[in-house]
Design a protein around this ligand. Structure first.
Ligand code: MBD
Ligand code: FE
Length: 292
């Protein structure tokens, strides 16, 4: 069945009158957005002659996404959240802003209010025998001056690719910390080297990806929010080189300028770092904040 003009005009009536979109009250911007979304859904139904069965499959799918709390995971997997990065880049280019550290997606696994410490924190609770990671760097402005009192909010997965809070087997705020920089703009944490993430294999996001012929894996990565008074809030991540999914991330979060090289420090090279007197991995990453 090709798109039928009569059906299309009835649809328009449905959307604009029966559903109250033209009524006084409500939110004008929301009404416009809903009209566009509903028109696009109806266009898709027309273009593919969507059957009743397919319609109910879609409804059940959305319910399942909610039940499993995977809506944000799917948004990442479809690249919709990455689209916000591309828009942020375009806006920066348009405004001729000096380029700070690139934005990349937040993802679905942030938890607010992690413990706050000045300059240094240990992030792991000691129960995961992963490789020790010493992660450190400096926050500067676009002229290279240190930014004091910046808050570096860091979160990452354990060696199984799982995040505390969502994984109830981990202690509260495990692998989640906020560090406040000192006058030198520096932050440092001791933690464990994270593993990559895989979508729950029995969940609705992976089921959809399977239908697209796609995997649901992410390379090992570390998330950051970096903020300071007078600067634009930065949402970013570093992805660790050497991971097989580095440039094949199902969430499209790996970007030029956001790849970090983990360096293994073995006997004889140890000693310099506070709190670590054993072989470990060092990751150095600096952030550049743009003026607000
Ligand atoms: C993650 O850890 C993540 O960062 C994203 C974007 C999606 C799923 C898991
Ligand atoms: Fe993540």
């Amino acid at each position: 069945m090709s798109v039928n003009k009569n059906i299309a005009s009835e649809l328009n009536t449905l959307l604009t009158v029966s559903s109250g979109i033209n009524d006084a009250g409500g939110n004008e911007r929301f009404k416009k957005i809903m009209l566009k979304v509903m028109s696009d859904i109806c266009d898709t139904i027309d273009q593919f002659d969507v059957t009743d069965e397919e319609f109910w499959q879609a409804i059940n799918y959305i319910n399942l996404l909610g039940e499993r709390k995977e809506t944000a995971l799917l948004a990442a997997g479809l690249g919709i959240e990455h689209y916000l990065d591309l828009r942020a880049d375009a806006l920066d280019a348009e405004q001729g802003n000096a380029r700070g550290t690139p934005r990349t997606i937040e993802g679905p696994l942030y938890v607010a209010n992690a413990p706050l410490s000045p300059q240094f924190a240990r992030m792991d609770d000691g129960t995961d025998n992963g490789e020790i990671m010493w992660l450190h760097g400096q926050v500067t402005d676009t002229d290279g001056n240190p930014v004091a009192n910046a808050i570096v909010d860091v979160w990452h997965a354990n060696t199984l690719g799982n995040y505390s809070f969502f994984d109830q087997s981990q202690s509260e705020y495990n692998l989640r910390r906020r560090i406040q920089t000192g006058a030198d703009g520096r932050y440092a944490v001791r933690s464990i080297v994270p593993s990559g993430y895989g979508c729950p294999p029995d969940g609705p996001t992976q089921a959809l990806l399977n239908q697209l012929g796609r995997h649901g894996n992410r390379p090992a990565h570390i998330h950051f929010f970096v903020s300071a008074p007078g600067y634009k809030h930065l949402t970013t991540q570093i992805n660790l080189s050497g991971d097989k999914y580095l440039w094949d991330d199902f969430a499209f979060a790996t970007r030029d300028g956001l790849v970090a090289d983990p360096v293994k420090i073995t006997d004889g090279q140890i000693a310099s770092q506070r709190d670590i007197n054993q072989p470990h991995t060092e990751v150095n990453f600096n952030f550049t904040l743009c003026q607000a």
